[in-house]
Design a protein around this ligand. Structure first.
Ligand code: SF4
Length: 566
């Protein structure tokens, strides 16, 4: 039995709300068991008949097989149906098709792109880097800022010409803009075939199948309160990767007044820890050394469902053999618990980096943003973090020009940056977003003022970052090597015969480029995906430069990075 066939059947069945695939039953994986909701038997029979014609699936009516009870949480345990797969071989000869995915936005979208590639792989879709060769183009969109949305529509507009030259091309739009705009995209763009929302990824195979067979146009922006992607998708894009994103939760319940996430990603829902660990182990088995756990607010992981706390989840992930490092993002300051802060002192695989978005340094603005913490409460948490983990790097997000922001309030933000001395920040000019309450706020700030404030903030942080980078010169940092980078420009005689520059990241998330001295060139083969110690020798605005020091190349991070004065 081909695993792709099993996956294909599972994906088709799971595309329906009232069907749940339970498990594969026998050692050859030739039988899978599903549960169906009362009243949906006819619908399931129809799906199975379709699959029978396509790949030879045969239904077998009967009681649940011995030993199956209690194996998984069953959402609708009213009736069991076994589906025995007897592949017809030739009927499952899939033509290889090429898929181009354009991803705009955050890490969540990058993760979703991998899931999309994973659910479409069993249908014969493999990735391509050229739009012109693609059988399907998916634009995975972001609506968090106006610019990201404009970029998506501009890219989609360019696809019209490509589609007119290749009418069989399937053009699909996913992500937050798809969720927000729905069928308005089909009306506005006649060359788009499919609009699918943030909760519809696992229904993609069925939708794509319908488009392939009947060239219909489909919109699916249905949302659900539970996470339905709990089966890890063996996506093709993880091959060769040493770092991977793993989504642990979806959606947000915080309703910050400038943000559209709760509207386009839905209410907060967490995955079961067992499924998360299963996915991480699968990725580690394929060579991943570092995972970044993703969620809009990982600090409230599991609260709603009564699962374990986020720090308990981190402890379990920390125990996974052969995993080297754990990162996570994003954390809401109001939910950053002492238990989580203490985890930085306890868990040796947890990287020494905290991204803690503050958005503004002024209490009145924070209140109008509905952030539900004060400047002093935020600063106290930073102090606690640094007490537990003195070398922790702290980064943050800022919005400048929020409606009503005065010069004095903006100064409070600059003052906060000076106080915290962040390692890096992301800063954006406020822009109105559909459905976000702040769109209706008075006191909108004009564009030149927003630009001026943004530049002042970036200039200040630029100076702090340079100073902090300079202070790292002479220290030894342990990095996870990501691979060879661009050619060396250094005139360093020792490096001259080793012109390839390598790149890695420290636990504190600093990007470090380094050269391998000629005397250590035998180590080059071992470098990618390994941990190595680098002496920092130079500082740039966004990265550091160093040299591989004489020492072991390690498969695991060992005791962590050291800071050694030169
Ligand atoms: S915490 Fe606020 S800014 Fe972050 S996703 Fe939720 S609503 Fe948006």
């Amino acid at each position: 039995m081909d695993r792709r066939q099993i996956s294909y059947v599972k994906f088709i069945l799971e595309a329906y709300d009232n069907v749940a695939v339970m498990s594969t039953l026998d050692s050859r994986e030739a039988v899978i068991q599903v549960t169906i909701a009362p009243g949906c038997e006819t619908m399931v029979d129809g799906i199975i008949q379709g699959l029978a014609g396509e790949i030879g699936v045969m239904p077998v009516e009967g009681a649940p097989a011995a030993g199956m009870s209690g194996k998984q949480a069953i959402r609708m345990p009213d009736k069991m149906k076994q589906v025995e797969i007897e592949p017809k071989g030739s009927l499952f000869q899939m033509k290889e098709k090429l898929l181009y995915i354009s991803t705009i936005g955050c890490q969540m979208n990058v993760y979703d792109a991998n899931q999309i590639a994973g659910v479409l792989a069993p249908m014969g879709y493999t990735g391509t880097d050229t739009i012109e060769s693609a059988d399907m183009v998916i634009v995975n969109t972001c609506t968090i800022r106006e610019k990201a949305e404009q970029k998506a529509f501009s890219f989609l507009g360019r696809l019209a010409k490509i589609k007119s030259a290749n009418p069989s091309l399937i053009v699909a739009v996913g992500g937050c803009v798809a969720q927000q705009e729905g069928d308005a995209i089909l009306k506005r763009m006649p060359h788009v075939d499919l609009v699918f929302g943030t909760h519809a990824i696992f229904r993609l195979p069925e939708m794509v199948r319908r488009i392939e067979s009947s060239r219909c146009r489909i919109v699916d922006v249905r949302m659900s309160d539970t996470i339905e992607f709990d089966a890890p998708v063996d996506g093709p894009l993880t091959d060769g990767q040493i770092s991977a994103f793993v989504t642990i939760m979806r959606g947000c319940d915080n309703y910050c007044t400038y943000c559209v996430v709760p509207h386009v990603r839905g209410r907060e829902a967490s995955r079961h820890p067992d499924r998360i660990l299963e996915e991480i182990r699968m990725r580690v088995d394929r060579g991943v050394r570092e995972v970044t756990l993703l969620g809009q607010n990982v600090n409230s992981y599991g609260n709603k469902e009564g699962l374990c706390s986020f720090s308990e989840l981190l402890a379990r992930v920390n125990g996974i053999e052969d995993l080297g490092r754990i990162r996570f993002t994003t954390s809401h300051p109001k939910d950053l618990s002492d238990e989580l802060i203490d985890a930085f002192g306890r868990l040796e695989k947890l990287c020494h980096h905290m991204h803690l978005p503050v958005q503004s340094g002024d209490d009145e603005i924070l209140k109008r943003m509905n952030r539900r913490y004060t400047r002093s409460a935020y600063l106290e948490k930073i102090d606690r973090l640094r007490a537990v983990c003195p070398d922790i790097a702290v980064t943050s997000d800022f919005i400048v020009g929020f409606p009503g922001e005065t010069d004095r309030q903006f100064q409070a933000t600059l003052d906060l940056i000076e106080t915290v001395r962040y390692d890096g920040v992301f800063a954006f000019m406020y822009s109105d977003r559909p459905n976000a309450p702040a769109t209706a706020f008075s006191g909108k700030i004009d564009e030149p003022t927003k630009k001026r404030r943004l530049q002042a903030l970036l200039d200040l942080q630029g100076r702090i970052t340079r100073e902090k980078h300079q202070a790292m010169v002479g220290q030894i940092r342990r990095i996870l090597v990501e691979g060879p980078g661009r050619e060396m420009e250094s005139g360093d005689a020792d490096m001259a015969s080793s012109r390839v520059q390598w790149t890695g990241r420290s636990s504190s998330n600093h990007i470090i480029h380094f050269a391998v001295p000629e005397a250590q060139r035998d180590k080059k083969e071992l470098l990618t995906g390994a941990f190595a110690d680098i002496m920092i020798e130079g500082a740039y605005a966004h990265s550091l430069r160093g040299r591989l020091i004489d020492g072991p190349i390690m498969a695991t991070p060992g005791k962590g990075e050291t800071s050694v004065a030169a």
